[in-house]
Structure formats: structure tokens, C-alpha cells
Design a protein around this ligand. Structure first.
Ligand SMILES: NC(=O)c1ccc[n+]([C@@H]2O[C@H](COP(=O)([O-])OP(=O)(O)OC[C@H]3O[C@@H](n4cnc5c(N)ncnc54)[C@H](O)[C@@H]3O)[C@@H](O)[C@H]2O)c1
Length: 272
């Protein structure tokens, strides 16, 4: 119970990794506001948090909208009497509106609208949520922020350029927020997951089978397992709980001297 009665907000909390984060926080005694653009997903995870004995609340939030991000923070404070932890996990892979295309996944085929959508959700969404919580954390002189980036933010990825760029932006933005919040005793860190089987990847491999010359017609599960076997030294897929456990550590007192850092949780896939 390292987080007994702490109040946490998790954006994208209805997603694969978001659920793992919410349940790990709850396991350690936190009460969790589960936020997602998809209210059904948020409610499903909030119900699991409640089943575990902690308080929970589902809130519908589109992280691209400043007023909704502010309302999320305000609601958490009003309903639960405070806020200690913000985790920004909402994200998209970024070719969501090209599912019907078979154009190769190269820069020249990328749609401006895909770029805008990816940056808006993955990077602007983190900015808006971080900005929304800053005045409250400053006033309290306490607080923890975790932004979820990706190993793709460590190095460009040819077929995922907007996604990788957005995640590199999250790492850089988080450093700025960490510097700004350090005088107020607020810790701001990033987690870079490696490869976690979630709805995001299920959709991602589907697109690869349509649009990547290397993977056309290949069974999606084989593609995913192949990537794990060839790119992850530990040769294991990461689980949502692995990301959740890293969040728990970074928001705990044990990590009070850690700020402005990006932690890879990726089985050795990236070494810096
Ligand atoms: N799965 C992986 O292998 C992997 C690897 C590295 C990083 N990540 C990152 O982890 C985070 C979670 O990804 P996941 O794999 O659980 O994906 P997921 O698709 O299961 O979950 C993402 C969640 O974000 C929500 N979301 C999408 N757009 C939103 C918006 N505009 N506002 C609010 N919520 C929105 C979705 O509804 C979904 O529930 C993302 O930031 C992703 O980039 C995932």
C-alpha cells in the first residue's frame, strides 16, 4: 500500500496500458479517476478499480480539448477532495483514418490530417493535461506527473514517423515541465514502453499487413511475435502491469529524487 489514499487521474485509462496503470495504482491503495475519450472503456476499468476496493470515477475526456482537460482535473479535485498523481496515457498510433488504404507507410504517403491527429492527441494532449494540473500542484507544493511516451520517442521509426515524433516531443516537453515544477517539489517523469499487446497494436499490425511490403498478407500474430523475438533482447512482450509497476515506483516516495527522467520499460529494446 505504497500509495494509500492518494488520488490519481489516468488519461487513456480505458486502454490496454491505461488499465494496467489504473489497477496497479489501485493495488497500492490509490483512488483512481479513469478518464478516456471512450466512456464505455473508462467505465469498464473504473468498475474494476471499485471491485478492488478503491474509489473510482469514470470521466469522459478528449485530451485534445483544453476545457475538457481542465474539467477533468477540476472534477477529480472536487469529487475526491484533492489530486496527487496525473498519468497521461492517452495516445494513438496515428494512421487511424487510413485503414482502407494500401499505400506504403512512407512519409510521402502520410496524410496531413494523420499528422495533425497524432500530434494533437499524443503531444498536445499531454501539454493540455500537464498545464491543467500545474497551478494546483504548485499551490500544494506536491504532486507527481507521469507522461507515457514510447521507445519510438528515442529514435525515428520510418513507418511511424508522426507517432515517433510525437513521443520524442513528450520526452522533451516533460523535461521542461520537470524543470518548471522542481522548485515546487513536483516530480515529472516519462515512461517509454516497448511492445505491449493492446488494442493499439492489434490495429497497428492489421495496418502493417495491408501497407508494409515486408508484412503484406502475413498473419498479424506472427508479425507481432516476430517483432518481439527479433527486437527485444529479453524476448518477452511487456505487459500492462509492467508499465503500471513502473508508474507506481515513480510516483512513490521511493522515487522522490527522480525527476525529468525517461525510463524505458522495454526488455532492453532500447538502451538509451
Ligand atoms: N502498446 C504498446 O506497445 C505501446 C508502446 C509504447 C507506448 N505506448 C503508449 O502507451 C499509451 C497507451 O497505449 P495502449 O497501447 O494502451 O493503447 P490503447 O489504444 O489500448 O489505449 C489508448 C487509449 O487512449 C484513448 N484515447 C485515444 N484518443 C484519445 C483522446 N483524444 N482523448 C482521450 N483518450 C483518448 C483510447 O480510447 C484508448 O482507450 C499510448 O500513449 C501509447 O502511445 C504503447
Amino acid at each position: 500500500m505504497r500509495l494509500k489514499d492518494k488520488i490519481a487521474v489516468v488519461t487513456g485509462g480505458g486502454g490496454g496500458i491505461g488499465e494496467g496503470i489504473c489497477l496497479c495504482l489501485a493495488r497500492e491503495g490509490a483512488h483512481v479517476v479513469v478518464s478516456d475519450v471512450d466512456m464505455e472503456l473508462a467505465e469498464r476499468v473504473a468498475a474494476k478499480v471499485s471491485e478492488s476496493g478503491q474509489k473510482s470515477l469514470a470521466v469522459q475526456t478528449d485530451v485534445r480539448k483544453a476545457d475538457q482537460c481542465q474539467a477533468l482535473v477540476d472534477t477529480a479535485i472536487k469529487e475526491f477532495g484533492g489530486l496527487d498523481i496525473l498519468v497521461c496515457s492517452a495516445g494513438i498510433m496515428g494512421f487511424s483514418n487510413r485503414d482502407d488504404s494500401d499505400a506504403p507507410l512512407t512519409i510521402e504517403n502520410m496524410l496531413e490530417s494523420d499528422w495533425d491527429m497524432t500530434i494533437d492527441v499524443n503531444l498536445k494532449g499531454v501539454f493540455l493535461c500537464n498545464r491543467a494540473v500545474i497551478p494546483y500542484f504548485k499551490k500544494r507544493q506536491a504532486g507527481k506527473i507521469i507522461n507515457i511516451a514510447s521507445v519510438a520517442g528515442r529514435q525515428g521509426v520510418e513507418f511511424l514517423a508522426p507517432y515517433a515524433a510525437s513521443k520524442a516531443g513528450v520526452i522533451n516537453l516533460s523535461q521542461a515541465v520537470a524543470l518548471h515544477m522542481a522548485p515546487f517539489s513536483v516530480n515529472v517523469n516519462v515512461i517509454c514502453p516497448g511492445i505491449v499487446w493492446t488494442p493499439m497494436w492489434a490495429q497497428g499490425v492489421q495496418v502493417l499487413t495491408q501497407r508494409s511490403d515486408n508484412f503484406k498478407g502475413v498473419d498479424p500474430e506472427m508479425i507481432f511475435n516476430g517483432i518481439v523475438q527479433t527486437q527485444i533482447p529479453l524476448k518477452r512482450v511487456q505487459m500492462p502491469e509492467d508499465i503500471g509497476n513502473a508508474v507506481v515506483f515513480l510516483v512513490s516516495e521511493e522515487a522522490k529524487e527522480i525527476t525529468g527522467q525517461a525510463l524505458n520499460v522495454c526488455g532492453g529494446m532500447k538502451l538509451n
